[in-house]
Design a protein around this ligand. Structure first.
Ligand SMILES: [Zn+2]
Length: 370
């Protein structure tokens, strides 16, 4: 293999910090009658010693667009974020806005035009550039950030939202690592990347989404008076306390992989032995890595329910578990529904009361074995 060059600073000194072995492409859901085996690819996280960016080492897969339905939690967070950023005066009516969205959906543009902002022309300058989980999908991080920076009008603000690396470490979210997601940002590494693009972080907001999401506002380094505010400084201090630049910090994450997978397998086996019926909910990418590591098949988990019409008739990658539609929740006889996306808990309990009224319960997969 050629030596890896950092996706942000292009230097090659770094460490392999998380190795999930050979994994199927988590966003390619085969048809349920496709017997497999599905092709597998190495899934590894590398930590740059120079700029500190945690990143996907290699990505030989071609992304497939199986766009999921937007969870209410994501929609609510977007509204919350726009309100909070607007209250800080960063989204004035009449400002021109450009958005770099995620291929998985979740546009803020409607919320922003409702506030009186005007969409930028394609590739044109903007006073506010919103990147909501977009940047992580760029294989060349430096080029992608430079492209955003070049579009900032004088006095403009770039807002970047990311699932914080500190969250991944603290909440042991090893299965956040997936093909197609090239970067896992600490505020520390993001600040270094911004500096290279001539930008500097000014302030940030934090959200509970995915256990801890950061929305960071950056401006040109040579504009304005303020440097990083207290919120940015506290995020940097938290990064330092956790050791986000230290490869040893990630060893607990690696250790959690088998512990978590074993806990899932043991729990499902115990449920089956007790004659209980369990289905999964949320055919998300993080469920793919977990089910593959736990070697769960349809005898242990007969189906994973998902709201996305695009996933019906398909099965989970790397296993024979089919994706089922929402009507399965209403058929009764379910003792438990194993939730692979904990952010959805409030939403699904509210939307599908029949699960609990029929005596079933929702189980957060991340609580198993902890
Ligand atoms: Zn680097």
């Amino acid at each position: 293999m050629n030596q890896h060059a950092c996706r942000a600073c292009h230097r090659s000194s770094g460490h392999l910090v998380l190795d999930l072995g050979e994994q199927p492409a988590c966003d390619y859901f085969p048809r349920s009658d496709d017997p497999g085996p599905d092709p597998v690819y190495p899934l590894q996280m590398w930590l740059c010693s120079s700029c500190g960016l945690a990143q996907l080492l290699a990505d030989p897969t071609v992304p497939e667009e199986a766009r999921g339905t937007e969870p209410a939690a994501l929609i609510a967070q977007a509204a919350d974020a726009v309100t909070r950023v607007g209250a800080a005066g960063l989204l004035p009516g009449g400002a021109v806005v450009a958005e770099y969205g995620s291929p998985h959906g979740g546009s803020w543009l409607g919320l922003l035009t409702d506030r009186g902002l005007t969409p930028a022309s394609p590739g044109g300058q903007a006073d506010a550039i919103i990147d909501c989980f977009g940047l992580m999908h760029a294989a060349d991080q430096r080029q992608a950030l430079a492209e955003r920076a070049a579009r900032l009008a004088p006095g403009g603000v770039l807002m970047l939202q990311y699932h914080a690396l500190s969250t991944i470490i603290r909440h042991r979210q090893w299965n956040a690592l997936r093909h197609g997601h090239y970067a896992y940002y600490s505020t520390t590494a993001m600040s270094a990347m911004l500096a290279t693009a001539g930008l500097s972080p000014r302030t940030a907001w934090q959200f509970d989404l995915y256990g801890g999401t950061v929305l960071l506002a950056a401006a040109r380094a040579d504009e304005g008076i303020g440097g990083p505010d207290n919120i940015i400084r506290s995020l940097l201090a938290e990064d330092a306390r956790l050791g986000v630049r230290d490869p040893h910090t990630f060893s607990t994450l690696q250790g959690d992989v088998h512990a978590h997978a074993n806990a899932l397998h043991d729990w499902l086996a115990a449920q089956r032995s007790a004659g209980r019926t369990v289905l999964g909910y949320g055919a998300a990418s993080r469920a793919v890595a977990l089910l593959c590591h736990a070697q769960v098949d349809r005898r242990l988990l007969p189906a994973v329910i998902d709201a996305s019409p695009a996933k019906q008739g398909l099965r989970m990658p790397g296993t024979d578990i089919p994706v089922a539609n929402l009507s399965r929740l209403a058929t009764g006889g379910l003792d438990a529904v194993l939730l692979f996306v904990p952010d959805l808990l409030a939403e699904v309990r509210n939307a599908f009361p029949e699960v609990e009224t029929a005596g079933g319960r929702w189980v957060d997969v991340e609580t198993l074995g902890s």
